[in-house]
Unconditional design. Sequence first.
Length: 75
Amino acid sequence: MTGERAFWVFARRGPADPFEQMGVVKASSASIAYVYARMNYRERPWRDLCVAPKDSFYSPNRSADEPAVAERTLS
């Protein structure tokens, strides 16, 4: 699919729990990325699940080609 972007997936179980970074999905839009995330990370009953464009995060101490964490993508 052309125009795909990488989206980080974040989730938490309860309202007082911190968000955890679950992995990455690739999609053409945020709404499609959310659907992929719901399908791919349904092993637990998440209270909140959200996606954010990976390119919206900035880290001055990391090179552009170095991943922040191990990536798990939906095939």
